[in-house]
Design a protein around this ligand. Structure first.
Ligand code: SIN
Ligand code: FE2
Length: 224
């Protein structure tokens, strides 16, 4: 297995793990990175393809009128939307007028298992936002707060080229730590960390052997 961080601490930690053991990195109370938890993504990628054939990636517009650099789609009972009238969840894809594609079982199982691994049992997501980043795309600091029940965590699965994830505090101006997320990494935040600000630095030029110049992030939420 390869690791991107080469500092002594990380290498010693990693070398001391038995094969197959999970490297779980606590970010703060309620938040953890499960490095490599999604494996090589083999089960997820065909499902991403199926969903985004039915509900194609699109660059949404923010309420202030800017087109987002990240392209998005959704699956599950609810999909996250942004347009001139605001941010919200909706049960239909405005492009087709049809319900969002159902959430693949492999997605729901992975999200629920990752949440449990991080200490949040019984997570049953009803929404999965699929973000596609090409080099240069970024996501500015924000809170996930359009969901009804903040007792349920957020589970975020990263695939493809690496990105630097920013994980801040409960106020926008709190300092943010930087976490390198690579193919297969899963971040879970909930409980006291549920409303922490987070974002993604502009993605750098890379080529992933399976996914090319692209990063896909799946974020699972319990909306209702
Ligand atoms: C998000 O906050 O919706 C996505 C985070 C990510 O792409 O890692
Ligand atoms: Fe988010």
């Amino acid at each position: 297995m390869t690791r991107h961080k080469q500092d002594g601490l990380t290498m010693n930690l990693f070398d001391s793990l038995d094969a197959g053991e999970l490297w779980q990195e606590a970010l703060c109370p309620g938040a953890a990175v499960l490095h490599g938890y999604a494996g090589d993504g083999r089960l997820l990628l065909p499902a991403v393809h199926d969903v985004t054939t039915l509900a194609p990636f699109r660059q949404m517009v923010t309420p202030s009128g800017f087109r987002m650099s990240v392209a998005m789609s959704n699956c599950g009972s609810f999909g996250w939307l942004s347009d001139k009238s605001g941010y919200r969840y909706g049960s239909t894809d405005p492009l087709s007028g049809r319900a969002w594609p159902r959430m693949p079982d492999s997605f729901a199982r992975l999200a629920s298992a990752a949440a449990a691994q991080a200490g949040f049992d019984g997570f049953e997501p009803d929404a999965c936002l699929i973000n596609r980043y090409e080099p240069g795309a970024r996501l500015s600091l924000h809170q996930d707060k359009d969901e009804r029940d903040f007792s349920q965590p957020i589970v975020s699965v990263s695939l493809g080229i690496p990105a630097v994830f920013l994980f801040g505090g409960l106020s926008r101006t709190d300092p943010a730590i930087r976490v390198l997320l690579t193919h297969g990494d899963v971040v879970v935040w909930g409980g006291p960390a549920r409303l922490r600000y987070h974002g993604v630095m502009p993605v750098k030029e890379h080529n992933h052997p399976i996914m090319g110049r692209c990063r896909i992030n799946l974020t699972f939420r319990k909306v209702m």
